[in-house]
Design a protein around this ligand. Structure first.
Ligand SMILES: [Zn+2]
Length: 232
């Protein structure tokens, strides 16, 4: 999720949870920790999954205590809309603010909504957040949400822009892999590519009985398919 030429500045942090991932970005001595999380859904009642949430927030607290950093961002689907006063919203927001000392950026940059349910009509909510320290708010230049028709997710993209000094980016020890530069390709290059692709696709011999069988519950061709896969 980052340019390969800054890979030497990025380290993945180990976390014991399948609802969290985190990286530490070293920008010339300025360290930024970015945590991505996904909290359980809000049941709107007292029976929300407090234990699971406590474990996730505990992991974030451990990260804050374990690794040195200058800035700390927690981003993701919190399933928490601060306009709703449910027990889970109160619990998560209190923990983020009072225990982890992080604030939702939407307190400073207002957004209309970040999630629109595809199941229930007219249900829009702001459940995706950036939780950041007070000091980080001062370095922010913009934050918001992008609603795009191309986006097939029921969540909209949220973004944050902030000032940071990055200079003398070293290009040493970088594995540069070549890849097609389509914008430089001529009409002839593209035609040649299409012809070569068609030729290669045509040369693939798919087992006949796997394409002619119409039984959706059929499992008698597994051996054919396995043998076919092994030819690649
Ligand atoms: Zn069959």
């Amino acid at each position: 999720m980052w340019r390969s030429d800054i890979s030497q500045n990025v380290s993945k942090l180990s976390i014991d949870s399948n609802r969290l991932c985190a990286i530490r970005l070293n920008l010339n001595g300025h360290c930024l920790i970015i945590v991505c999380l996904y909290l359980p859904t809000d049941t709107h009642g007292n029976a929300f999954n407090q234990q699971s949430i406590e474990m996730i927030l505990g992991e974030i607290r451990t990260l804050k205590l374990t690794y040195p950093y200058d800035d700390f961002i927690v981003a993701g689907d919190f399933n928490v809309d601060l306009d709703r006063k449910t027990p889970m919203v109160e619990f998560v927001n209190n923990s983020m603010t009072n225990v982890l000392s992080l604030d939702s950026l939407w307190k400073y940059y207002s957004v209309d909504f970040t999630f629109e349910s595809m199941i229930t009509e007219n249900t829009r909510s702001t459940i995706d957040h950036f939780y950041v320290p007070q000091s980080f708010v001062l370095t922010c230049t913009d934050a918001g949400v992008l609603h795009h028709t191309h986006n097939t997710s029921d969540h909209s993209v949220i973004y944050v822009k902030f000032k940071c000094m990055v200079h003398n980016r070293s290009m040493n020890n970088v594995n540069m892999k070549s890849r097609p530069a389509w914008y430089k390709a001529s009409y002839q290059n593209k035609t040649d590519y299409c012809n070569e692709l068609s030729r290669r696709l045509d040369s693939i011999e798919v087992p006949v009985n796997t394409t002619t069988c119409t039984n959706s519950m059929c499992n008698v061709h597994d051996e054919h398919i396995d043998r076919y896969c092994l030819t690649f």
